[in-house]
Design a protein around this ligand. Structure first.
Ligand SMILES: Nc1ncnc2c1ncn2[C@@H]1O[C@H](COP(=O)(O)OP(=O)(O)OP(=O)(O)O)[C@@H](O)[C@H]1O
Ligand SMILES: [Mg+2]
Length: 222
């Protein structure tokens, strides 16, 4: 399965989710390729920190750019059980190439109105890509950095649930220190000493839903 991170808003949590998903799949015994398709190189930096912490990082990482994301992932995918592609927070050639080659797009959204407003453009891009693909792309949106409880979470969830093109999953990742603290060491929330069990449980729930509910986006209303 090829998963790509997607979104047109900076700092929504794409790299954090890509790193945690890569390690989550790896810990289930899968061979995983992590592709850094963001010129900021965040998951490449994460991997460098990881190499300093661990003898065996447990996955393979490559950096790819532009149209090469599609060509190289097509060429490399037979060698791996899963590919996870991280992309930057803009409509770029790399992000579009990743959306063409992927099976599943993952879109973390912070429950803030400015972030929710970017979604009209995102839906336009996804609709364009869906029309050009031989098979539909499975799309999953979910809240990241959600407040522990808030009206904003509820409003953002309602807005997302009303956008069938974005396949909203009601499994929020909350705003927890465990994510930046583990990431800064090249580790995921599963791997640190004394893991935050709430973070581990919520990310496990989200990834189980993503890997088991391969919901095809609803057809447009007639
Ligand atoms: N659930 C969370 N709780 C707390 N902090 C988080 C959470 N998710 C991500 N972060 C932190 O927010 C910051 C941005 O996250 P991240 O780099 O994953 O976002 P991004 O969408 O990849 O950003 P960019 O636009 O730079 O690519 C990082 O410092 C990360 O550790
Ligand atoms: Mg990033």
């Amino acid at each position: 399965m090829i998963y790509t991170m997607c979104g047109q808003k900076g700092g929504s949590g794409r790299s954090t989710i890509a790193e945690n998903l890569t390690v989550w799949l790896m810990r289930q015994g899968h061979d995983v390729l992590l592709v850094d398709a963001d010129d900021q190189g965040t998951v490449a930096d994460f991997t460098i920190w990881r190499e300093a912490t661990k003898d065996d990082i447990g996955y393979t990482m490559v950096k790819l750019d532009g149209g090469n994301v599609r060509k190289q992932v097509e060429a490399l995918k037979p060698k791996y059980d899963h590919v996870v592609i991280d992309t930057g927070g803009r409509d770029t050639t790399s992000q579009r190439a990743a959306l063409f080659v992927a099976d599943v797009a993952l879109i973390p959204i912070r429950p803030r109105s400015h972030d929710v407003w970017t979604l009209t453009k995102l839906i336009e891009m996804i609709t364009e890509i869906q029309a050009a693909r031989p098979l539909p792309l499975v799309v999953h949106t979910f809240l990241n950095c959600a407040d522990i409880t808030s009206q904003e979470n509820r409003e953002a969830a309602e807005a997302l649930a009303a956008m069938p093109e974005l396949g909203f999953l009601p499994h929020a990742i909350k705003n927890r220190k465990a994510y930046p603290v583990s990431g800064a060491k090249g580790l995921t929330v599963f791997e640190v000493e004394q893991p935050d069990l709430k973070a581990v449980a919520e990310i496990d729930t989200l990834f189980n839903a993503i890997t088991h509910e391969q919901a095809i986006p609803a057809a447009p209303a007639q």
